[in-house]
Design a protein around this ligand. Sequence first.
Ligand SMILES: Nc1ncnc2c1ncn2[C@@H]1O[C@H](COP(=O)(O)OP(=O)(O)OP(=O)(O)O)[C@@H](O)[C@H]1O
Length: 208
Amino acid sequence: MQIEALGLGKRFGRDWIFRDLTYTFLSGTATALLGPNGAGKSTLLQVLAAYTLPNAGELKFSLGSRSVSADDVAGHLTLCAPYLELIEELTLREQLHFHTRFRPLRAGLSAAQLIDIMQLRTAQHKLIRDFSSGMKQRVKLGLALYTDAPLLFLDEPTTNLDRAGVAWYHEHVAATTNGRTVLVSSNVEEEYAFCQASLHVTDFAVRR
Ligand SMILES: Nc1ncnc2c1ncn2[C@@H]1O[C@H](COP(=O)(O)OP(=O)(O)OP(=O)(O)O)[C@@H](O)[C@H]1O
């Protein structure tokens, strides 16, 4: 899926976070959204996901030659972000079954196989509430990477992961990002090193 931002701007109250952002996120390309803490990376990601409305400019989404309305973007998008919560009252197995009622996994992949990919088979009947923060992050990433969707957004994807978890992230990003439009919001180089393009949010910051 291609995303075209034309003169995009977002403000909270009187404060513009970014303004006059014109950029095309090409289909099949991974792009890093970069900038220091508070620069507006997560805000931009949420605007590009059509979760949050911009205050200026417009967004055009297209799949091949077909345009996609902002209302339909959610069905083409899979996201891993610190502000997205798992359902704590479910076991991992139940979480996977709940998820796959609404969103299909990549072709041929079963919920049981995804649990194995997450290396969480021994925890599959445990409540998510009782998972460690690193285990939860692995679940969130596994669901995002292995859901069948052309758009993949990753916000601070290695949050809470140990060295083995970061290696797992690299392995499964390599296995799942080919041909997808990927956006990675980050300021940790090893999270976004695989990206072919980068956009610095501060280039669109409003000087005060
Ligand atoms: N809902 C909101 N209401 C008001 N201000 C907000 C809101 N969401 C974000 N902001 C402000 O927008 C600015 C950008 O925040 P954002 O979370 O997008 O930055 P970031 O680059 O992702 O930061 P970090 O690297 O720390 O995650 C910050 O000043 C933040 O306080």
